[in-house]
Design a protein around this ligand. Structure first.
Ligand code: ARG
Length: 564
């Protein structure tokens, strides 16, 4: 239900009637229940333009809002706020309509666009570590959300598979000779060993450097070793994706190396468009508000991360025809993206109206506020972290006796992985994120477990009452607020997609579930002696709450449990 849009349009009609135009009509949710459900606060701004008292303007607007079965009451408060209360009958009817709908009444966009979401992007020369967790989780949620709302989403895993470090890895792989497959099982160890050889043995280091040149020159033997290495390395990433329940496959991989043949052309185009300058032998683009230029070719002829990103933008805009390209990458790269986007537009790699956005996020910190590390100061392997989440979740499940060993493992996976994802998604991505096991696996507060419990509890109520759902009848204020909340999901999802901020969904879910718990305490469903129609109405309401939790968690890539 696009409630805000409907209210905005009623306000627009009223303004029209009094010959006023406000190009940015924005009703907002009321801050307190006393102020109704929504507020329009535009009268204050119009007062200056119309040279009239805001209260008088508010009065004129209220008098001219067309009759609508949606509105129960309009009140003017304070200097000229218009408080809007939505009609209970209207709310009940709308909830009835979405009761059995898989999409909960949320339409697909009528004007879908192509969206590229660039996320995860691990570097193949390193084990996937916690640094990639946030990008992978946030990016996947956004891709799911855009898809749900109807856009045509293309996931792009821009893996780092090209560069000097690969010479070292190839040299080491070659040194180990045939049957080296085993050593790739533990990539972490493989990198460490290769690096050690590189640092200790000058001959090995020289060989590594030669391999880089050979590889980039297209030497068949080197390419073969490199491909084998990337293949294994990607296999490890896929293990992580699968444990995480993230929708990334090999088809989504568009590696840095795949742009290799375009790079010379990118430089030429920049040159032709007069954007290049040479500084200390390097080719650069100077930009007005950047202290440093964007370097696109080193003095030795080598290309850079930025050059590849320019080629990727060209590919995404011109070949894939993306109208929005969202880069889910940590905040330390913001200057890089700012410059790359600017150059891409200047060079016409991206049309002026295409949205290029850096969906930046903060660091992952431990409880004491330090960068997340293992006890001995090493980087935390993602696989280990996820396994620990499942182990910890297993311990936290209270009603263990209801599950056999197999089921318990499955439940622990859903709870543990859900907790890791939800705790990341529930905070504003721009902040640093404190990783705290106890908090994320807690039953209280804004956690996935809280949602999963609420969902399972509702399922249990529905099972006990054989799922007979009736028409919604709104009995009291709590029930009204709960039902209205259910109708607000579409507005929340639309704003979440616009701002690319998944924590809006989590906050919404937390409010919804908290409201439901209060409602359930006050309005029992299964107690004897309750009027049958009221019982069925409450069951229907509970069922829509459960469906809303499920759909929202599903967008976040988190599963629910029928029993917990
Ligand atoms: N591989 C990069 C890193 O680990 C992330 C890639 C992000 N995407 C991009 N198009 N630059 O920092």
């Amino acid at each position: 239900m696009k409630i805000k849009e409907q209210l905005n349009s009623l306000i627009a009609d009223a303004l029209n009637a009094i010959n006023v135009t406000d190009s940015n009509i924005q009703v907002v949710e009321a801050g307190k229940p006393e102020f109704g459900d929504y507020q329009y606060n535009g009268a204050m701004g119009l007062a200056k333009i119309l040279k009239k008292k805001p209260r008088d303007i508010a009065q004129d607007i209220v008098a001219n809002i067309p009759n609508s079965d949606m509105i129960e009451k309009l009140e003017i408060a304070g200097p000229g706020f218009i408080n809007i209360t939505i009609s209970s009958k209207w709310i009940a009817k709308r909830v009835d309509e979405i009761k059995d709908d898989d999409r909960l009444g949320i339409a697909k966009k009528s004007n879908p666009i192509k969206v590229v979401v660039d996320y995860s992007g691990p570097n193949m020369a390193k084990q996937m570590h916690v640094g990639h967790l946030r990008s992978t989780i946030i990016g996947d949620t956004l891709a799911n959300l855009f898809t749900f709302l109807g856009d045509d989403v293309i996931r792009q895993n821009h893996i780092g598979d090209w560069g000097t470090q690969f010479g070292m890895l190839i040299a080491y792989l070659e040194e180990l000779g045939k049957g080296s497959e085993g050593s790739l099982k533990d990539l972490e160890q493989f990198y460490k060993d290769a690096k050690k050889r590189f640092d200790e043995d000058e001959a090995f280091a020289t060989k590594s450097r030669e391999y880089v040149v050979k590889l980039q020159g297209g030497d068949i033997h080197c390419l073969e070793l490199w491909e084998n290495f990337i293949d294994k390395s990607l296999g490890h990433c896929e293990e992580v994706y699968s444990k995480l329940g993230v929708n990334l496959t090999r088809d989504d991989v568009k590696a840095e190396s795949s742009y290799n043949d375009d790079l010379a052309n990118i430089i030429k185009e920049l040159e032709d468009k007069g954007l290049l300058q040479t500084s200390q032998g390097a080719k650069c683009v100077f930009l007005e508000d950047s202290p440093n230029p964007l370097i696109v070719q080193k003095s030795d002829g080598g290309y850079l991360y930025a050059t590849t990103d320019l080629a990727a933008i060209k590919f995404r805009c011109q070949k894939l025809k993306a109208k929005r390209v969202s880069y889910v990458v940590d905040a330390r790269q913001s200057e890089h993206f700012k410059q790359v986007f600017e150059v891409a537009k200047k060079a016409d790699f991206a049309p002026e109206d295409t949205i290029l956005e850096h969906i930046s996020f903060g660091m992952m910190l431990d409880k004491s506020g330090k960068p997340f590390k293992t006890r001995d100061g090493g980087t935390v392997k993602l696989i280990d972290l996820l396994d620990e989440a499942v182990q910890r979740a297993k311990k936290s499940i209270t009603r263990r006796d209801t599950f056999n060993e197999n089921e318990l493992e499955k439940v622990a996976e859903i709870v543990g992985i859900g907790a890791v994802k939800y705790s990341d998604l529930s905070i504003n991505r721009e902040s640093n994120y404190i990783f705290d096991w106890d908090k994320m696996l807690s039953l209280d507060g804004n956690t996935s477990l809280y949602q999963q419990y609420a969902y399972a509890r509702i399922q249990s109520i529905l099972r006990k009452s054989e799922r007979v759902l009736g028409d919604i009848k709104i009995g009291d204020e709590l029930e009204r607020r709960l039902a209205l909340k259910l109708l607000q999901l579409e507005d929340i999802l639309i704003t979440t997609a616009k701002d690319a901020k998944p924590h809006y969904i989590a906050s919404y879910l937390y409010d919804l579930t908290t409201l439901f718990m209060k409602f359930y305490e006050n309005n029992p469903i299964l107690k004897d002696g309750i009027d049958e129609d009221i019982k069925k109405s409450r069951l229907a309401l509970a069922s829509v709450v459960a469906n809303t939790i499920k759909l929202s968690l599903d967008i976040m890539g988190i599963a629910v449990l029928e029993r917990l």
